[in-house]
Design a protein around this ligand. Structure first.
Ligand SMILES: [Zn+2]
Length: 460
């Protein structure tokens, strides 16, 4: 029996599987058991791989033979916290259908796309019980906390996973059902927390003010030095490895149904900056950033307190693009900070783990990797045909501004490339109150996935 996607997803999304908060352990377990049962019901051999935090589900199905394509389908069963709960029109973990959408935390990110994949597969298996396709579902429970256990898991499982030909996933976005995006690149990222320490304790600004360099002043001057007037990052060598977008990538971007003005209105900003003269939409997809995510120091309470604070800190993250290397750029930013730090304060830098960017151009483009796996190439073709058939329009091939660290980790550890089909949209309220998944997207997505898996198995 084929799965019924709406009841399936409603039940899956009713488990409050919030990975970052240990009080949701029961919800995590519920979601895990539910998806494991669904996979077992479709004939998968299901395995739960223990990690230091939340287990990863690995499930295999189909003939294990050289001549049969082998696809890993990635997803995550954990969700973002749902608070503030009072902003939800209906309870976050009691999914309901309203105005053509299924509302509930995780319905779009990422349980809905899994409902799409499993329903498509169940329909296909009904017609072809001996489907000549090997599928491994790899569903993790720590995506929303940055997948901290994934590198350790990969160390143990890389060899087994590298038996596959490619990875298929839907954990990226598209403008809407009128235009599906196949994501060709993800930005990398790393973070640094920088603390400047001056005096051993907060000082009286009258008794000691004058000779002591204020750590907040030193920090803000240091921060201000990290960008030029035009907005480019002012760190020597920062842009050296940046690969400028090719003409075909700019052409694809131009087809995106979003103008700079619409983008501005969406974000509610009065105007944009244009470092290096690039457009706003280009800057998000093709160029790196150095961002201040938080800054603090000194007295934050009511009224005034006349001190020279002992410390000030800033949290910095950089988003990276091909071919920037996370370790190399991190070293360059550190060196710059150290060189520019005045001698009157001491600096300490705490790194946050990060990763390098990922990129794969679809076959037939001038920057396609020469060693692209034939199964991956076939899947790209299958996706183009099936998406056009289901949604009425060919997909756009675009890089995305966000980061999905496991994609690059998988590439490095197993050599596998990822075909990323965007099934959620800006209207789905990801990570926000009233998250939802559009029923129309679900139905068309199922048709597209069924077509892709069919073409992978049978070549047509
Ligand atoms: Zn996600």
């Amino acid at each position: 029996m084929a799965l019924d996607p709406i009841p399936f997803l409603s039940k899956y999304a009713s488990f409050p599987s919030v990975s970052t908060d240990s009080t949701y352990a029961e919800g995590m377990k519920g979601a895990r058991e539910y998806i494991k049962d669904a996979l077992a019901g479709l004939g998968f051999d299901v395995e739960e791989v223990a990690t230091p935090k939340h287990p990863i589900i690995l499930a295999d199905r189909g003939p294990d033979r050289e001549d049969v394509p082998h696809v890993i389908i990635y997803g995550h069963y954990d969700v973002q916290p749902a608070d503030p709960f009072e902003l939800w029109k209906t309870p976050a973990f009691e999914p309901v259908v309203r105005d053509g959408r299924l509302y509930g935390r995780g319905t779009a990110d990422n349980k809905g796309p899994q409902a799409v994949q499993l329903t498509a597969l169940s329909r296909l298996l009904e017609k072809h019980p001996d489907l000549p396709l090997r599928i491994t579902f790899m569903i993790e429970g720590e995506e929303e906390m940055g997948s901290p256990s994934f590198p350790g898991f990969l160390k143990k499982y890389a060899e087994r996973l590298s038996q596959a030909d490619m990875i298929l996933l839907s954990d990226t976005g598209s403008p809407g059902t009128e235009q599906i995006v196949v994501t060709t690149g993800l930005r990398g990222m790393f973070g640094l927390e920088v603390t400047l320490t001056g005096p051993a304790m907060d000082l009286h600004s009258g008794v000691n003010g004058g000779p002591v360099l204020n750590p907040i002043q030193a920090l803000t001057e240091l921060c201000a030095s990290l960008h030029n007037k035009d907005g480019r990052v002012n760190v020597p060598g920062f842009y050296d490895a940046v690969v400028e977008p090719l003409p075909w990538e700019r052409e694809e971007l131009a087809k995106l149904p979003m103008s700079e003005q619409q983008y501005k209105d969406l974000l509610g900003v009065p105007d944009f900056v244009h470092p290096g003269g690039a457009t706003a939409l280009e800057l998000v997809r093709f160029f790196p950033t150095l961002e201040f995510n938080g800054i603090g120091g000194g007295y934050q309470g009511e009224g005034s307190k006349t001190i020279i604070p002992a410390k000030a800190f800033v949290k910095i993250t950089c988003r990276l693009v091909p071919d920037q290397d996370a370790a190399d750029i991190e070293a360059k930013v550190r060196k710059t900070l150290e060189e520019r730090c005045p001698p009157q304060v001491k600096m300490s830098i705490n790194p946050e783990t990060g990763g390098s960017p990922y990129y794969v151009a679809p076959p037939g483009r001038p920057n396609t990797a020469p060693d692209l796996s034939p199964v991956f190439a076939r899947a790209c073709e299958a996706a183009e045909v099936s998406i056009e058939k289901a949604f009425g329009k060919k997909p756009l091939y675009l890089r995305e501004g966000g980061s999905v660290p496991i994609i690059r980790q998988m590439k490095d550890a197993t050599g596998l490339d990822s075909l990323m089909i965007g099934l959620f949209t800006p209207r789905d309220n990801l990570h926000a109150p009233n998250e939802s998944f559009e029923i129309d997207m679900m139905e068309k997505g199922i048709a597209a996935y069924e077509g892709i898996l069919h073409r992978l198995a049978f070549g047509e």
